[in-house]
Design a protein around this ligand. Structure first.
Ligand SMILES: [Cu+2]
Length: 165
């Protein structure tokens, strides 16, 4: 009898153990599939744009990945747009990317006042590079006629348009 009772207790313990292990296993499996989903979402890679600060003749310009000068930046609406800026080794000048918005009211008026600064990168110099993310979803309003980008230090010659698609 005592032997039997001990057996029942042992069986109960084993059943409890199996349930605990199974529960832990299911929890981990769920966690992992959630992780995989998270990675899969990040896999939708952000739009990537490259600009290099170069001296062309006597003037600094932004040069795009296809070698175009002060290229129009094609920004994806509502998504991440990773903009990497690079400087040339030995370049003694600092550069910094600013994206600004020209308010609809100001754009047609002919005054060339700087618009509202939306995003600014860190500065680069002497071969260094940095990246900045731009997402139109972060903009507080879409009441802008146009966006533009420029270099904080060379705004006259390092300047181009931003097109949102
Ligand atoms: Cu510059």
């Amino acid at each position: 009898m005592i032997q039997n009772k001990n057996n029942v207790i042992l069986q109960n313990k084993i059943s409890t153990l199996i349930i605990v292990v199974a529960t832990i296993f299911i929890l981990f499996a769920n966690m992992e599939s959630n992780l995989i989903k998270t990675y899969a979402q990040e896999e939708v890679s952000p739009q990537s744009i490259q600009l290099t600060a170069k001296l062309v003749g006597n003037e600094y310009r932004w040069i795009g990945s296809n070698n175009s000068t002060n290229p129009t930046l094609n920004i994806t609406s509502g998504g991440d747009n990773q903009i990497t800026i690079k400087s040339i080794q030995g370049d003694p000048e600092e550069h910094e990317l600013v994206i600004s918005a020209v308010a609809a009211a100001a754009a047609g008026s002919g005054n060339d006042e700087e618009g509202e600064e939306l995003v600014a990168s860190d500065h680069i110099e002497d071969g260094s590079s940095t990246a900045v993310n731009f997402n139109t979803a972060d903009m507080e309003t879409n009441d802008y006629q146009s966006l533009e980008y420029y270099c904080e230090y060379h705004p006259d010659t390092m300047r181009g348009k931003v097109q949102i698609k």
